[in-house]
Design a binder for this molecule. Structure first.
Ligand code: CA
Length: 344
């Protein structure tokens, strides 16, 4: 709807403003969360991918965080580094007995010698998404979590915007077995950079419920916290089926501010092939939990969706999610530019 500026319609204009403010009060505008940066266009988690996502209008930029051998948080999706770097060529003798290369076996100085690339399958050498940025072209590098915080805060200063961060604490149980407490290290860094409370532009996310609980109840994290929902069970025993029940969501509401479900937990394919919105978002909203599903991709549409816009309509208009992770932040930001959130 349009709010008229015509003075003879002052009353109508006030009514119109009232309507708009009521709609805004009903539910905030959904958030565009750049999944590993604008990873649909540039190699994931590189600073160029973050700069592009920033410029494309993302509200939050995601960081996946793992630790190096010297205990420094580094922005990488996996604890292994052989799917996004040339580590196998540069340090062939450093693989473990499972044939994989792990960030935690390398110092930051060593990690920074590596070239980062578009994600590939180390067995075949082929790109995971074959229409994306070509393998082996141009030059990209890994960086630390701190470097990325400085990068985003620097852009916020130079642009006057206030784009947020969305760090995921990766594999805390695995890090503990390797002798390192990743959550403490990440929280210390967040504190130093001013990400401390629920009004600061930060969401911390984790798949392991035991760690989400620990972040809130033991480590004293007071910012917004998102429990990610996987399929089946997490490595720490997190029961994702249970967490999606109302009893599970009530448990989560005691420590978290929201959930990060998979797309299929919010919209599933019906027997006939069409989409069906589940009641997960509605039940989460009743408990004041936000819902930020992962991952909207133009080049990986669920079978029930014939176009990206149809997918966006399903998630933002019909399911009513509060934000979503996307590899293509420009497309989601364009869609949401003229979007009014559905009234609850
Ligand atoms: Ca992630």
């Amino acid at each position: 709807m349009h709010c008229t500026l015509n003075p003879w319609r002052q009353v109508a204009g006030l009514l119109c403003l009232g309507f708009v403010s009521a709609a805004l009060a009903a539910r905030p505008h959904p958030l565009v969360i750049a999944h590993r940066g604008a990873s649909g266009y540039l190699p994931e988690h590189t600073l160029p991918a973050k700069a592009l996502a920033y410029a494309q209008g993302a509200d939050f930029l995601e960081q996946d965080v793992v630790l190096s051998r010297d205990g420094i948080p580094v922005v990488l999706h996996d604890v292994q580094i052989d799917t996004v770097t040339d580590v196998a060529r540069r340090f062939p003798e450093r693989k473990r007995t499972d044939g994989r290369f792990y960030a935690i076996d390398f110092t930051v100085a060593e990690l920074r010698q590596l070239e980062a690339t578009e994600r590939f399958d180390p067995k075949t050498g082929k790109a995971v998404f074959d229409r994306r940025f070509p393998l082996g072209r141009s030059t990209f590098h890994l960086h630390t979590f701190e470097q990325e915080l400085q990068f985003i805060q620097g852009l916020n200063r130079s642009t006057g915007r206030n784009v947020g961060i969305y760090p995921e604490i990766k594999a805390p149980a695995w890090h503990r077995r390797e002798g390192k407490d990743i959550s403490r290290i990440v929280l210390d860094m967040l504190w130093r950079y001013g990400y401390r409370t629920k009004t600061d532009p930060v969401f911390v996310q984790c798949f392991e419920y035991s760690e989400v609980r620990r972040l809130r109840l033991e480590l004293g994290y007071q910012g917004r916290l998102i429990q990610l929902l996987g399929s089946r069970r997490g490595v720490d025993g997190t029961d994702y089926e249970f967490l999606q029940t109302t009893a599970g969501l009530e448990l989560l509401a005691g420590v978290a501010d929201g959930i990060g479900p998979a797309l299929s937990q919010v919209v599933r394919a019906k027997a006939g092939g069409g989409p069906q919105v589940t009641d997960l978002v509605a039940r989460a909203h009743e408990l004041k939990l936000q819902v930020h599903p992962y991952t909207l991709r133009i080049d990986e549409l669920p079978a029930y969706a014939s176009s990206f816009d149809q997918l966006l309509n399903l998630f933002f208009r019909e399911a009513g999610v509060d934000g979503a992770f996307t590899d293509h932040p420009d497309r989601v930001a364009d869609f949401l530019a003229n979007f009014s959130p559905p009234r609850p």
